[in-house]
Design a protein around this ligand. Structure first.
Ligand code: PLP
Length: 405
């Protein structure tokens, strides 16, 4: 019988956050081993509960949430997102400019599906949240990776962005605050990116899902708030700021000059309609989430749980010989560098698998974030301090053994 093959569209698609190492970790768990999983930003499983009133809203509205609704989402939820975009200084956004999706993930796929023809290029950061690269490839496009410069706090290298623009470049993706580096971009960098977009008529996709998860008193500027004349699509959702990844609820906001974009917007509407609508019960939580008291502020305060965990993980990792790490200003990730002289890693997937098998800690290798050399890892700092200490002890021990090889 003929072998059943996956689509060739998937040839360039990879999503290592849930890659082979996770499958191995699950096997080990089935064998009764306890694995400390620092591989995924899934807040709820580490005891970061969503705000109680969100849960109540979903439960309370469940009986009314059984039917399909408008493909773009509940009016009340989109109105709340509209007010949120006003607060963030994004001008000229109406309810019709807002789309609710099954998480930002679905909207990333939907927005790339509606945009790209075979051969179109999209500028995507390296390192990136790999769904962006995967979504571009799956939609027939080519991701051209622009460098974020570790020596400059992981800020995007504007010269590199310029150098990678071709006749077929359609858009640029900006992830700020950044996953996996934790970098937060200053206005100057955002303005530089907007200027490039303006000159080359690129759409800007601004993934701002961590915009409230900031440390040391930092404040976030929405890229779209800095220009009225550039077509921007801004992404955000309930997963991170509201610790509700499993609710699968996110949104995207169209702003800026849309006069020449009607055809693309029609395309977005077609693709949004094809999936009928996003999960309805969780949309009832959006209005409550965005208004009033923001409980995440407690977690990111100087003595808050997330801040303390970030500090511990950063201090412990950077104390290991040959490990350096730009201190994250936001998110829940660290992206340390392992000096190749001390850690001559040929294949970082093998490296993290060995770490998993020897010490039962699961990380994701840097190349899984489209980083070009096998010398980085991503560490999630979500466990409570005692479990985090244990994970760091194990990592430190594995690294010491590796240096002696
Ligand atoms: N964008 C970034 C930068 C992320 O880190 C993630 C998830 O980790 C997503 C998007 C996907 O979020 P959602 O749960 O809303 O699909």
């Amino acid at each position: 019988m003929r072998a059943v093959k996956k689509s060739r569209k998937l040839d360039k698609v990879c999503y290592e956050i849930r890659g082979p190492a996770l499958a191995r970790a699950r096997q080990m768990e089935d064998d009764g081993q306890r694995i400390i999983k620092l591989n995924i930003g899934n807040l709820a499983v580490f005891g970061f509960d969503p705000p109680e009133e969100l849960v109540h809203d979903v439960i309370h509205n469940l009986p009314q949430a059984a039917g399909y609704i408008d493909s773009k989402g509940l009016f009340s939820a989109r109105k709340a997102v509209m007010h949120y975009s006003q607060q963030k200084g994004i001008k000229g956004v109406g309810v019709e400019d807002i789309y609710i999706g099954n998480g930002v993930s679905e909207l990333i796929l939907l927005s790339m599906n509606a945009l790209l023809d075979n051969g179109d290029e999209v500028l995507v950061p390296a390192p990136d949240y790999p769904l962006w690269t995967a979504a571009v490839s799956l939609s027939g496009g080519t991701a051209r990776h622009y460098l974020c410069d570790e020596a400059n706090g992981w800020l995007p290298d504007l010269d590199d962005i310029r150098a990678k623009i071709t006749d077929t470049t359609r858009a640029i993706v900006v992830i700020n605050p950044n996953n996996p580096t934790g970098a937060l971009y200053p206005d100057e960098t955002l303005l530089g990116i907007l200027q490039i977009a303006r000159e080359h008529q690129l759409i800007v996709y601004a993934d701002e899902i961590y915009d409230k998860m900031l440390y040391d008193g930092h404040r976030h500027t929405s890229l779209a708030s800095l220009a009225d004349d550039v077509f921007c699509i801004t992404f955000n959702g309930l997963s991170k700021n509201y610790r509700a990844c499993g609710y699968r609820s996110g949104w995207m906001i169209l702003s800026g000059d849309r006069r020449h974009a009607q055809d693309y917007i029609d395309g977005l509407n077609i693709v949004a309609s094809m999936r009928l609508c996003a999960n309805v019960p969780s949309q009832h939580a959006i209005q409550t989430a965005l208004g009033g008291y923001q409980s995440i502020d407690e977690l990111i305060a100087p003595n808050g749980r997330l801040t303390r965990q970030r500090d511990l993980a950063w201090e412990r990792l950077t104390a290991i010989p040959g490990v350096s790490c730009v201190k994250p200003q936001g998110t829940l990730y660290l992206f340390p560098r392992l000096d190749p002289k001390l850690y001559p890693i040929a294949d970082d997937q093998v490296f993290i698998t060995e770490l998993l098998e020897e010490e039962r800690v699961l990380l994701v290798q840097g190349t899984g974030f489209n980083w070009h050399t096998p010398d980085h890892l991503r560490v999630v700092f979500l466990p409570h301090l005692d479990e985090l200490e244990e994970a760091l002890d194990r990592i430190e021990r594995f690294f010491a053994g590796y240096r002696k090889r």
